[in-house]
Design a protein around this ligand. Structure first.
Ligand SMILES: Cc1ncc(COP(=O)(O)O)c(C=O)c1O
Length: 384
């Protein structure tokens, strides 16, 4: 039978991360530095609240937009931390992770053929999400010499081709790169000049190590330009609860809510209840996890440079993106050979775009001891 699958879907390449990790399945004693999720579990009181809610019978749908209590808490938290004000009824939507927020944002704002700037290296779903929404991803390539940062000049130049939106993620997966307030203010100027809508994915915001994170939407005149995405997966170690949120202009959030209403209905109630507890009472645990990630970052960056792999110091998240160009191998060969010979799994750079050849992504969401052992094994591999 010819199913004549949608051409848009056929044109999308499967995720390079998944393809590589199919190789890891079934291998023993592998140190996996490939996964993009915390090695911590959600704080106990958050899990307890979720269990308690199930015992009390909270097993229903919620309002499409998400529980009002959670939306109010998010609004309160943004106001107290950043003096960033949103209306919980019109400008906030609870989503099934930031993943859903990315998809809804693209589908809500794009008409067929609309161009969207997508920095590279970037999280694997960005370009596919744009293309599935009928838009066209225009890649903004960056490299290690610029710390993998986009610049106002790069954005401005790309806008000459007529662009509707920019997707940005900071701290970034896969590079860990983030932006200071001053750097964001410089970007904000060209965003305003070119009347761009920005889909700003700040899911790693709490994991910023060397300076205070600044939401793009909190800068003067930027609130109307920004669809601000965030969630509980990374900073609170709550990936499985599947809770994210969107704050943005009412017209865009309203359009996103319309799609969400028909396709998702609502985010899971257990996750929404757990998220309220996380926002209320997890400050201490979040700080503890952050402290440990920072310790690991400092170790792994120094160790990689010591063994001859050029690695920039990332400002946040839990990834490093060292260059393996000195080995003369492609990133896929390097990753496959390292896995076979030394049983260390990391992600080849090409999974994050063709310009990322020559790099690999290492996640340090793994114990300090694992990281030390992995460095020894990588060193052995380089010596061969
Ligand atoms: C940059 C980025 N955005 C979004 C996601 C997905 O997050 P969520 O679990 O909230 O859907 C990830 C997960 O790895 C990510 O790295």
């Amino acid at each position: 039978m010819d199913y004549n699958i949608s051409k848009r879907v056929i044109q999308i390449a499967p995720s390079g991360i998944r393809a590589f990790f199919d190789l890891v399945l079934g291998m023993k004693d592998v140190i996996s530095l490939g996964v993009g999720e915390p090695d911590f579990v959600a704080p106990w009181h958050v899990r307890e609240k979720a269990i308690d809610s199930l015992e009390q019978g909270f097993t229903s749908y919620t309002s499409n937009k998400g529980m009002p209590e959670l939306r109010k808490q998010i609004v309160h938290s943004l106001k107290s931390r950043y003096n960033l004000k949103y209306d919980f009824e019109e400008e906030v939507l609870i989503t099934v992770g930031v993943s859903e927020g990315l998809d809804l944002a693209a589908r809500a704002i794009l008409n067929p053929g609309d161009k969207v700037l997508v920095p590279e290296p970037i999280y694997v779903s960005y370009a596919p999400v744009v293309e599935l929404a009928g838009g066209k991803a225009v890649l903004l390539k960056t490299d290690i010499d610029s710390g993998f940062k986009i610049t106002p000049a790069l954005v401005d130049k790309a806008c000459k081709a007529g662009v509707k939106a920019l997707m940005i993620n900071y701290p970034c997966n896969p590079t860990g790169t983030s932006y200071t307030k001053e750097e964001l203010m410089a970007l904000a100027k060209v965003i305003k000049k070119n009347k761009l809508i920005v889909i700003s994915d700040e899911v790693y915001d709490e994991l910023t190590y060397d300076f205070q994170h600044t939401p793009l939407a909190s800068l003067q005149g930027m609130k109307d330009h920004v669809v601000y995405l965030n969630g509980f997966s990374k900073s609170y170690a709550m990936t499985g609860f599947r809770i994210g949120w969107v704050c943005g202009p009412a017209e865009i959030v309203g359009a996103m809510t319309k799609i969400h209403q028909y396709t998702i209905l609502c985010a899971p109630i257990t996750g929404q209840i757990a998220a309220q507890e996380a926002l209320k009472n997890s400050h201490h645990e979040v700080q503890q996890m952050k402290k440990e990630y920072k310790r690991r970052r400092n170790y792994i960056v120094a160790a990689l440079n010591d063994i001859g792999l050029n690695c920039h110091m990332p400002e946040g998240a839990f990834y490093v993106f060292p260059s393996i160009k000195s080995t003369g191998e492609t990133s896929m060969d390097f990753a496959q050979n390292l896995l076979k010979q030394q049983k260390v799994a990391l992600v080849p750079g090409v999974a994050f775009g063709s310009s990322c050849e020559g790099y690999v992504r290492i996640s340090y969401a793994s114990s300090y001891d694992n990281l030390k052992e992995a460095i020894l094994r990588i060193q052995n591999y380089l010596k061969r």
